[in-house]
Design a protein around this ligand. Structure first.
Ligand SMILES: Cc1ncc(COP(=O)(O)O)c(C=O)c1O
Length: 347
């Protein structure tokens, strides 16, 4: 099927670019002796994760249990969830997953560890638990002076195993803090199996933190306007484009596209909701649910109603979560259609 036959809006994946992105990241990790663990929240498609595993990845990372359940069902059995799993219902599902898979989870607080210990104890199996170290983004994560206490607590629990340290993002500037955490663990006589870093931004700098044993990276596979704007990728590394149609030209300076917040999500970069490949000077300045507002005032050429445009989204991961399918395209032909099996799996 030719790409022109697709309805809009549709999410296109340039297969040549995606395959190049997969190979480049895996080659980098192989070259530096790092295990590579793709974060599947970017595509949520088991078929795509299988390509990453075939290229050499050691397993996958999922952000939510519901994602991990889909991927376990599709045959993936090394599942890492770098997230605090809180509440008896969720920890029970985590333990269910761990009965048949190698599951590793993270924790940054004694309360979280206690919940994991209860759930694992109820089924009498051992859960692998990493301690998440706080970083400069001030999200989740324990401060460095709590790492030993948390690791000791994990190892003291009969049904938990301390599996190492986890951090996000692993920018090189974090190295002194990571070294301090590892020194403290070493002095306390606690072994560290894995040091897991993550994030597309610093992925190709991981070798500057020799303490890392693996990296979890998601966005690199498609890239987006955010990674390009930050200088982490080039425009021709962007494998995902949203195909949209111009449905209105109310004024000479404005176009309206059939791709709103239900297609592109509300994420933006410098106030812009994506980059239109055919009109680099156009600005997607506002989204309603089913309308994109485009400012054409800086464009010499301007589109007409019915034109089909390719938008590099501001943030690729949230786009995948909004669509039933991704269309893999090569030479303008739809070569593969991937159901987004973990779409909406956010619980
Ligand atoms: C804990 C964790 N690890 C890894 C990643 C992957 O980051 P990126 O998509 O920048 O590669 C993320 C992204 O949100 C994350 O939250």
């Amino acid at each position: 099927m030719h790409v022109d036959e697709l309805e809009t809006p549709s999410v296109l994946i340039d297969l040549d670019r995606m395959e190049r992105n997969i190979a480049r990241m895996q080659d980098y990790c192989d070259q530096h002796g790092l295990a590579f663990r793709p974060h599947i929240k970017t595509h949520k498609c088991p078929e795509i994760a299988r390509l990453q595993i075939e290229a050499g990845a050691v397993g996958i990372a999922c952000q939510k249990i519901s994602e991990a359940e889909v991927f376990a069902g599709a045959g993936f059995n090394d599942l890492q969830i770098p997230y605090n799993i809180v509440g008896a219902a969720k920890t029970a599902r985590l333990v269910d997953l761990a009965m048949y898979n190698r599951v590793t989870v993270s924790a940054d607080h004694l309360t979280v560890i206690a919940g994991l210990a209860d759930a694992a104890g109820a089924e009498d199996l051992t859960l692998r638990v990493m301690v998440e170290l706080a970083t400069e983004i001030e999200r989740a994560g324990a401060p460095v002076d709590e790492v030993v206490t948390l690791a000791q607590r994990i190892d003291a629990e009969p049904n938990l195993h301390f599996a190492g340290l986890l951090l996000y993002p692993s920018n090189p500037a974090i190295r002194p803090l990571l070294q301090e955490a590892l020194d403290r663990l070493n002095h306390a006589g606690i072994g560290v199996d894995v040091v897991s870093g993550g994030g597309t931004g610093a992925a190709f700098h991981a070798h500057e933190i020799p303490e890392l044993t693996e990296i979890r990276v998601g966005t690199y596979i498609f890239n987006d306007w955010a990674t390009v704007s930050k200088g982490w990728a080039a425009l021709d590394d962007c494998a995902m484009a949203v195909l949209a149609t111009v449905v209105s030209r109310p004024t000479p300076d404005r176009a309206i596209l059939d791709a709103g917040s239900k297609t592109l999500a509300l994420d933006s970069v410098d106030g812009l909701h994506g980059f239109i490949l055919e009109y680099p000077n156009a600005r997607i300045y506002k989204l309603n649910e089913e309308h994109a507002y485009v400012d054409l005032s800086a464009c010499d050429d301007r589109p007409v109603i019915g034109d089909r445009l390719h938008i590099i989204p501001a943030h690729t991961c949230v786009v995948s979560n909004l669509h039933n399918r991704l269309y893999g395209v090569r030479d303008e032909q739809i070569e593969v259609v991937w159901p987004v099996a973990a779409r909406g799996r956010v619980w």
